[in-house]
Structure formats: structure tokens, C-alpha cells
Ligand binder design. Sequence first.
Ligand SMILES: [Zn+2]
Ligand SMILES: [Zn+2]
Length: 143
Amino acid sequence: MLLQILLTLWRRGKPCSRRAVMSTGCLILSLILGMTSGCGKHEATPGVTSAYSGFVCAACGAKFYVSGPVSGESCPQCKRTEVQPVLAFVCATDGHTTIDVRRSRLIPCEQCKAQTTSFRDPTEGELQAWGAVQKPKADVAGK
Ligand SMILES: [Zn+2]
Ligand SMILES: [Zn+2]
């Protein structure tokens, strides 16, 4: 069906629009491939835009998160700027995720004390379990 439309467009098209059809076809194909390869995965791929940004305030200890990325963070509780972004450190031994501040090395699992093997952006459920509360972006974003 989709292929037929593309073929029709291809036959009718001038050379320049043929290129457009080609790129559309490629885009659709890569989308399909992306969907099928993404099916088996449970976790979000690190590096893609995170759904949630979690933070802990170094001054007052407040744990909070916002939906989507945010820059120039300040604490919604004490209004200071000593806030640190947090990550989910994943333990391969028991599958437990430890939420902690972003750092240059991996940390031990809070559950079994084994060294965690990877990290990624935390999910909303993980942030809530950790004790973070969702804040409006306006309360966190810097001026
Ligand atoms: Zn604070
Ligand atoms: Zn563990």
C-alpha cells in the first residue's frame, strides 16, 4: 500500500521529487527498523532527550524533578543554586537502580553493594521511589 504510493510518486515524479520520494522511503524504512529493534528493550537509550530531570539540593537536601530538560537550575525550596543532577546507576547483579548525583565513576549498588555497571537517565517512578517530588519547571529554571 505505502510502497505502491511511493512507486506511483516515483514514476510520476521529476528527478528532484524522485529524490524526495527516496528520502521519504528511507525515513519510513528507518522508522520501521527503529520500532522493531526498540521492541525488545525495556529501558530508554541514554543520550536521547530525557523525559525527566532529577536533582538534589546540596544546600538543603531537597529532592525534586521536572519534566524534560532544564538549565540554570535553582532549588525550589531554598532558592540556592547548589543543585546537582542525579542519574540512575544500574546494578547488573540484581537489576536494582541506585539514584545518586552525577559523577565521573560508577558507584556501588545501594542494595547489594556490588559495583553498578551502567547509568542512564532516571524514570519518573525511580525518582518518586527515591523521594523526589515533581516541581513546575518555572520553580527550578534559572533566571
Ligand atoms: Zn535547597
Ligand atoms: Zn545490586
